[in-house]
Design a protein around this ligand. Structure first.
Ligand SMILES: [Ca+2]
Length: 300
């Protein structure tokens, strides 16, 4: 029994039932086209279709359990979905195992407390709550004793960028992030993303991650698909890792080494000019430590 005949077998009784009941109800409503009832695939449901079904009449045969069949089809679809997820996980794990070249890293240890880390190549893009807040501190750290603190204010974010020069099409970044207690506004507390400052009035953001002011973590960026990535606790460090394929504008995200999203759609990868750390409007302090930017060799 081929697929078409199987469908015909399933729908046969439904077609007859519909015919049997329609004169009784006397319904005048316009029916929607149902491709499953179009037995000869001519785009119309007509008597030809019924004739075609009728031509399949037989006097012997093995009836099928239609409920069982639908359950089996559903189980197969679920199994395929699970396999696809597993495959995505394998591919992303392989990605993390590929040898990478770190093109920039900063543990914020080689600065004086209270200074902006410009000596390491960071540039202040927006001053947020004031330059005095965008500084190296020693009250929070992942590595050593220091990290980079940032604080925005309402309608004026704090942001710092590191200009980069990329050679590879597969690139990534890693940043440890910690925030103070969130205040449950709808805004982002802090964000990290690849950036091009001059391509738009407030810049273009690529392959980003946002910690929102309600304890949730999301994908982030200009023309970037919005996806929920998980939740976070204040005063806790989170390792955020991103790998971006610039040829396809798709990126994978790990939080604390666990893959939380794969093949997220972003845009504008070809114009990446920097990595940016940002603290937004809620006015909730955040800390950054152990920033790494890396590339994967895509040639043998
Ligand atoms: Ca440090």
């Amino acid at each position: 029994m081929n697929g078409k005949n199987l469908v015909i077998a399933i729908l046969f009784s439904a077609v007859l039932l519909a015919l049997a009941f329609s004169p009784m109800t006397g319904s005048q409503t316009t029916h929607e086209y149902d491709p499953w009832a179009d037995m000869n695939d001519d785009g119309k449901i007509r008597i030809d279709d019924v004739r075609y079904v009728a031509s399949k009449f037989g006097t012997t045969g093995r009836p099928i359990n239609k409920t069982q069949l639908l359950l089996e089809l559903n189980a197969t679809a679920n199994e395929l979905e699970v396999r696809t997820e597993r495959l995505e996980l394998w591919v992303s794990t392989l990605l993390t195992m590929m040898p990478r070249t770190i093109i920039f890293s900063d543990n914020f240890e080689n600065y004086t407390v209270g200074e902006f880390p410009s000596a390491g190549g960071w540039i202040l893009v927006w001053s947020g709550a004031g330059e005095q807040y965008q500084v190296i501190v020693d009250n929070a750290s992942v590595s050593g004793t220091k990290s980079f603190q940032m604080l925005g204010r309402n309608h004026w974010a704090a942001a710092a960028k590191k200009v980069i020069e990329l050679k590879s099409s597969v690139i990534g970044y890693e940043v440890y992030i910690m925030t103070h207690e969130y205040t449950n506004s709808s805004k982002g507390v802090c964000e990290v993303y690849f950036f091009n400052e001059s391509a738009a009035v407030w810049g273009v953001r690529i392959a980003g991650v946002m910690f929102r002011d309600d304890g949730t973590i999301w994908t982030y960026g200009t023309d970037t698909e919005t996806k929920y990535l998980g939740s976070y606790e204040p005063y806790t460090w989170y390792k955020v890792s991103v790998i971006l394929d610039r040829d396809t504008n798709l990126y994978n995200i790990w939080i604390n080494n666990k893959l939380v999203a794969s093949s997220v759609k972003t845009a504008n990868s070809e114009i990446i000019a920097s990595l940016q750390l940002e603290n937004g409007w809620p006015g909730v302090k955040s800390y950054f430590d152990d920033v790494k930017i890396f590339e994967f060799s895509t040639s043998p």
